[in-house]
Design a protein around this ligand. Structure first.
Ligand code: 13P
Length: 283
């Protein structure tokens, strides 16, 4: 298979009620762990490269490897630029060969978010690149477990969501319904009723950010109610670190090649578990 767009990979997800995993990557170990899982199962995947991680990556070397690895893969893969904050970095990502970009204008006033997202959609669609954008704001580590109950205006408003999708022409909408990025402080408190309303009103795929730290039950409900793409990073990264730490305790002579394989194997296991829970199907 090969590089595909987000629009293409998510096209059956609403009707068939499943989600595609979007896993953030920062190095070869993560890529190989994730791809060996999806290739074993014959299902599609989204590889996210986050703008916030660019400082710890050398894109000049990493992107040619990624594009070549994707071309040689047996499954459809989206290379998605995650949480792009401005037009310039998004154009650069498109120039480098990303097949999808996420513009995160979620902290902007509604009209400004529409204006900037629309400009990016016009440019990206002219070169057949998909666009995801966020309405409402999914917070980070600083936020609390009952996010949205403690702060105003962070959850996605269904009426605004319809207007946002119509006015911008985006391919997928990232919603804020209670998840946060990173490790939760306490039990996540998700607003399924809100998600249900958004799903009834919006006819494009819905994206969940902050996918780590949720229970199997949460994931299954989210997918059943209408989430079509789940972004997942922290859980995978912590599991890989934990596996390395256990290996180092058990095998004091472990060298870098062994450690690398241990981390890759653990990432593969985590991805396999999540593909099953998300119900990901071949496209
Ligand atoms: P987590 O790190 O909480 O899984 O969130 C990942 C994410 O949403 C990337 O956009």
């Amino acid at each position: 298979m090969s590089l595909v767009t987000l629009k293409e990979i998510l096209k059956k997800t609403i009707i068939e009620k499943y989600a595609v995993g979007a896993f953030n990557i920062v190095n070869h170990t993560m890529v190989e762990g994730i791809l060996s899982a999806v290739e074993d199962k014959g299902v599609p995947v989204i590889l996210n490269v986050a703008e916030a991680h660019l400082g710890i990556m050398d894109l000049d070397n990493f992107i040619p490897y990624l594009l070549d690895r994707i071309r040689r893969s047996s499954v459809p893969i989206v290379l998605n630029f995650d949480h792009g904050t401005n037009y310039k970095t998004i154009i650069e990502a498109i120039d480098r060969g990303f097949s999808s970009v996420m513009f995160d204008g979620s902290t902007l006033p509604f009209e400004e978010n529409v204006f900037q997202t629309k400009k990016i959609v016009r440019m990206a669609h002219s070169v057949e690149v998909s666009v995801e954008a966020e309405l409402g704001h999914v917070g980070g580590l600083e936020e609390c477990s009952n996010y949205g109950q403690k702060r105003d205006n962070v959850f996605t408003e269904p009426e605004e969501a319809i207007a946002f999708v119509r006015q911008t022409g985006i391919d997928a909408l990232a919603v804020s319904i209670g998840t946060v990025h990173g490790v939760y402080r306490g039990v996540p408190c998700l607003n399924y009723e809100l998600l249900k309303k958004i799903r009834q009103m919006v006819d494009i795929p819905l994206v969940l950010h902050g996918g780590s730290g949720l229970s199997v039950d949460d994931y299954q409900k989210l997918v059943a109610v209408g989430i079509n793409k789940i972004n997942f990073f922290t859980g995978m990264s912590l599991a890989a670190v934990e596996s390395v730490s256990v290996e180092l305790k058990e095998n004091v002579n472990a060298g870098f090649p062994e450690i690398n394989l241990v981390a890759q194997k653990r990432i593969k296991e985590i991805v396999l578990e999540h593909l099953k829970i998300f119900g990901t199907k071949p496209i």
